[in-house]
Ligand binder design. Structure first.
Ligand SMILES: Cc1cc2nc3c(=O)[nH]c(=O)nc-3n(C[C@H](O)[C@H](O)[C@H](O)COP(=O)(O)OP(=O)(O)OC[C@H]3O[C@@H](n4cnc5c(N)ncnc54)[C@H](O)[C@@H]3O)c2cc1C
Length: 519
């Protein structure tokens, strides 16, 4: 046996699983297809002197887990920089800020938009217990009874449960307007809720808004040096515990003995054996590594959706300067740049018709404001996430090499949209990276460019993620094969909860024979 546990892929979830296993004393081998670890949580110097994240940037969810402390990642070089304000909400005229401190946010909102501060406080008070209960469900294997108990009883809304339940089942685009009447307040909050993928009109999507109170609890942070600081620290921690992390090591297939997975074979032909294999790739990639007859029909029906966003990463030779700029607040937190609600709805409408939106709302990130290691002195990194962009287009292609490529046009429209908020930025660009849905698929293995792996809709959440029957981190019908990653509960985002939950399941299953032996 080469290893006790083999982990396929080195996305942050896979690394978290591997780290818990190594910490428990198991011999662990990680095999990653790319030349660097991290998957969608990685940072590279794409333009000389400028560090670009390749995927996720805002570390929110992971900070509501005990992972960083339990794995002692600080010891292995992880340093989190807090963002405060957390958000810069802006329609192009009137900026307002969500501060870590709820009271400060409420007071400032009340001064700017009388009545809306009190409404913000009401949203916070109404939903904080629910948001905390949702977070708890993220940190455990999703059993149906446990889920119901935590959400209904743990949320503290027994008395008022009918009204609350009906709100949870509604689209977030409607629920936000039950709280706020000022569009400059509700449009950015709706836009933040849209980050998980489902549009503001989707029933059962309100939880994407209703966990907003948690931002004040856990904050929004950045690893110093870029998002990849998290996955680099995980790699160091693994190596310090004797694990081997192999990069440029694409896995071709699982080795099977009957219905037991006993190892892996790499593209190059090398074989490695182990007692358990944890696959942390996209679920569709995992299925490719199995013989056809071992793939349950239902697994083939997972919905990856048609992509939803793209990102333009810019290296600037000057700091970002918004219209009505407030220094340094405007550049620190996530910029929720949206002109009005219509802009988001229109973008979604264009997307449904297979068209990249012409005038996207943006999440603007200029984290060199808090981390000078990201850009040369005086310079700035500016990353503009935009929605919505279909992976399959009604006309043209995303391929750069094609004369029908829509990549240049989409890039120009993102920039044009940003000029509304910060005119003149265009003239300060010294380098860039355009990440279309096709780029995300080709370089990061995110099928159809879905950064959450699979659609984050209710039919594919909790125990139904990635598919019914495969929702407890164990691959159905096969011994020794376990799943982690954004394709599993609780889904996409930088959280690591899936990695931690999966590790618990694997370690429990491996502990059994030892326990029997000792008896
Ligand atoms: C542009 C972008 C912006 C985002 N912004 C945010 C954000 O700000 N905040 C947030 O919380 N989330 C964000 N996300 C989402 C978040 O980053 C992802 O959902 C999350 O990182 C997925 O992690 P994972 O470990 O589950 O899987 P992945 O990161 O997808 O890792 C899977 C790994 O498996 C490897 N692999 C695949 N096939 C093989 C094979 N055959 N052999 C070996 N290895 C293989 C891949 O190379 C990859 O390293 C963003 C994502 C993107 C792309």
């Amino acid at each position: 046996m080469d290893y006790d546990i083999i982990v396929v892929g080195a996305g942050h979830n896979a690394l978290v699983s591997a780290a818990y296993a190594a910490k428990a004393g198991y011999k662990v081998g990680v095999f990653e297809r790319r030349a660097i670890v991290g998957g969608a949580v990685a940072t590279e110097e794409h333009v000389p002197g400028y560090q670009f994240d390749l995927g996720g940037s805002a570390h929110i969810l992971i900070r509501m887990t005990p992972i960083v402390e339990e794995l002692e990642l600080k010891r292995y070089g992880l340093e989190y920089l807090e963002l405060d304000p957390l958000f810069h909400a802006y329609d192009g005229e009137t900026p307002w800020f969500v501060w870590r401190d709820v009271g400060k946010t409420v007071d400032a909102l009340e001064r700017l938009f009388p009545g809306e501060g009190a409404n913000y406080q009401r949203l916070y008070d109404d939903w904080l217990p629910f948001a905390k209960a949702v977070n708890e469900t993220f940190l455990s294997t999703p059993g149906p009874l446990e889920l119901g108990q935590k959400l209904i009883y743990g949320s503290g809304f027994q008395k008022d449960w009918q009204r609350r339940l009906s709100q949870i089942m509604r689209p977030y685009g409607e629920v936000v307007k039950q709280y706020f009447s000022e569009e400059r307040v509700y449009a950015p909050l709706s836009w933040m809720a849209a980050q998980s993928g489902p549009p503001p009109t989707e029933p059962m999507s309100a939880p994407f808004l209703l966990w907003h109170p948690l931002y004040h609890v856990g904050g929004v942070a950045r690893p110093k040096g870029g998002s990849g600081g998290l996955t680099r620290a995980l790699k160091r921690m693994l190596e310090a515990h004797g694990a081997q992390v192999h990069v440029s090591a694409p896995v071709k297939r699982f080795l099977l003995e009957g219905t037991k997975v006993v190892g892996i074979e790499l593209e190059g032909g090398d074989k490695y054996t182990s007692s358990a294999v944890i696959s942390g790739t996209h679920i569709l990639e995992t299925l490719k590594m199995l013989p056809d007859e071992r793939v349950p029909d239902i697994a083939r029906t997972v919905r990856t959706g048609n992509g939803f966003g793209m990102i333009l990463r810019l290296a600037l030779n000057k700091k970002v300067q918004y219209k009505n700029h407030l220094e340094p607040e405007s550049r620190v937190g996530l910029g929720l740049l949206i002109k009005n609600e219509h802009q988001l709805l229109k973008a979604y409408g264009e997307y449904l018709g297979g068209e990249p939106t012409k005038d996207p709302p943006l999440i603007a990130m200029s984290f060199s404001a808090v981390d000078p290691t990201l850009a040369p002195p005086g310079g700035e990194v500016l990353w503009l996430w935009a929605q919505y962009y279909p992976y399959k287009l009604s006309s043209g292609t995303w391929a750069d090499s094609s004369k029908d490529s829509r990549a240049g046009e989409a890039r120009d429209n993102i920039l044009e949209s940003f000029e509304h908020f910060a005119p003149g930025t265009r003239d300060t660009i010294v380098g860039e990276l355009v990440q279309t849905p096709l780029w995300l698929e080709t370089h990061l293995g995110l099928y159809n460019g879905n950064v959450m792996h699979l659609e984050m809709s209710i039919d594919q959440m909790f125990g139904a993620r990635p598919f019914i029957g495969g929702g407890e981190y164990k691959f159905p019908g096969l011994k020794g094969l376990f799943l982690t990653g954004a394709s599993t509960h609780p889904g996409g985002g930088i959280m690591g909860a899936s990695g931690r939950n999966a590790a618990r399941v694997v370690l429990k299953s491996l502990a059994k024979p030892i326990f029997k032996l000792r008896k």
